[in-house]
Design a protein around this ligand. Sequence first.
Ligand code: ZN
Length: 693
Amino acid sequence: MRKLIVLSLLAIATPLCTAQALNQQIVFADTPSGPTSVPKKPISFDVTAIDKTVDPCNDFYQFACGNWRKDNPIPSDQVRWGRFNELGERNRYLLYTELKEAADAPKTPLQKKYGDYFAACMNVDLADKLGAKPIMPELDSIAALKSGKDLAALNLNSFLHYGGHTLFGVGVEQDEKDSSKQILGTGQGGLSLPDRDYYLTDDERTKTIRTQFVAHVTKMFTLLGDTPDQAATEAAAVLKVETALAKGSMSRVDLRDPTKTYHIMTIAEVQKLTPAYDWKLYLNGIGMGKVRTIDISSPGFFTAVNDELTTEPLATIKSYLRWHVLHSSAPYLSKPFDDENFAFYNATLTGQKVQTPRWKRCTSLTDRALGEAVGQDWVKKYFPPSAKANMEELVHDLEAALGQDIQQLDWMSPATKVEAEKKLQAFRDKIGYPEHWRNYSTLTVKRDDLVGNLERDGIFEAKRDLAKYGKPVDEKEWGMTPPTVNAYYNPAMNDINFPAGILQPPFYDDHADAAVNFGAIGVVIGHEMTHGFDDEGSQYDLHGNVKVWWTPEDLTKFKERTECTAKEYDNFEVAPGQKLNGHLTLGENTADNGGLRIAYQALMSVLAKQGPAMATWKLDGYTPEQQFFISFAQVWCENRTEQVSRVSAKTDPHSSGQWRTNGSVQNFDQFGKAFGCKVGSPMMPASGGCRTW
Ligand SMILES: [Zn+2]
């Protein structure tokens, strides 16, 4: 719940808010104790996915993915299904085999640790027997609160105290004005619907969701043993408190602007902002009593917190806290809690039909908690040194292309180009997995205590994070685990990160043509690099400090260009009556557009070196240029439930696969040329579209 800026290829959850984030990402089920079949290995450039009845100049996404979309309906335990998921499911299966083996017959102390973690999660019988018992100590400490002020001293040995289920949490972040310093920061949080809009918007659809939410909270409290009347009163209290917090929260669009989220305050100032909360007591309790200042990224939220602590009866605050403990633990309790949680958060909100098999959920849960433990064994098997070497070469090709791109921009002055080039040269490339693995020796894992493991892991991660305070930044730390199918750019670090999990088909294939690889992983690399220069990343200099390195004229031109992109994507519809938010998705769309262009330029340089035979060689009748664009589009082939499209439009900074593809190609004239499109066709607009990089 603190600020953590990582610009990824796909939506990810914030790692710090362990239990809450897990609840939204990992969906739980009863079920098969293991997989019934082995997920097939995805292939790169799939000619059978193409729907040749569609004109690529009219709807390129449907052309490149039409048959795939028809042949790959959403599996009942998923809410979106794309080629990303094909690879993700295969990686998860391979990880599962490691975990199962470690759970049954561990060979090393590390295997014993992650094997036990997995085994504890798989023990459904024990979870069912325990009911809500595992969360009783936390509920008891809430019941014992005598005043709102006591909140700061909640059970010091519990994850509650570290902010896991309470109104907010604190964590260490790089100072935006001096990225070499690690400071304490805190952000907004405390909501259990996906976005503040769900509390503040009054259209019929949202009002219905709120009604269903209150019914769900009521049901959960009755499962805990409360009377229906008590439960209804408590549910109303939860909605009341969360609505007040939502009103005090910043929008997701504002949260993307680092100049709006930087508010360094002394502890005395923070205390003045929230007199109803005892900061000294809290900071002493988490071992941070020495801290003099804190970055309050969303001060309005803390005003709302203070108002709630001041005006609401203690019983209302207790209901709210109780709910958050219950809500974040629900998937790990007995079946009735798990089922009811699924019914609202998965079935109602996202349209998922069947619960995800438990082995999948437990695999993901273990990867989140001990990813750099199991990841060590995973990369030995599935990430050969040759893959790392090839990837390094590709990254260098792309960096050279971005350098050329910057030099060729007609709207940017030489002075700003020099600064942009410096930032590019300063990029740190991280490929595959960390050089130093995380040390889990102080984390206790018990084979018969799932909820306890989650809590101890939450405290372990919180302490690991807080220990960074005042120390030099560890430039080698990773924010994703090795098997993850994703990638990210971190503006404060100015680094690009590609976990081993993504360096496989359909993204990267040792046996594929350059055109195919540049269209897939090449665009992914270009995407992450462009994040350093999107509307958010461009506000950071080469050292990762928020600092204007542009001439005023160039900055004005840059903003005109990004506004063009924002307006363009504002008009793309993802469900009936539901359009994308052009400013929420601006960074990702800029990265998609820039990444496509840079990867194309890099491919042209490589083909020029390979000679005329390769530059004209056709694969399944497609020229290298066409292969490049098809390979790009096919990374994004997907089907989504309508519910997910609606939730994502409000919460996901990434556009849907359809618009990541069509939005990017219609802004790039080389696409129209490659497919012989007429000027004025949808994928080759007469206006030329929008271009920043
Ligand atoms: Zn991205």
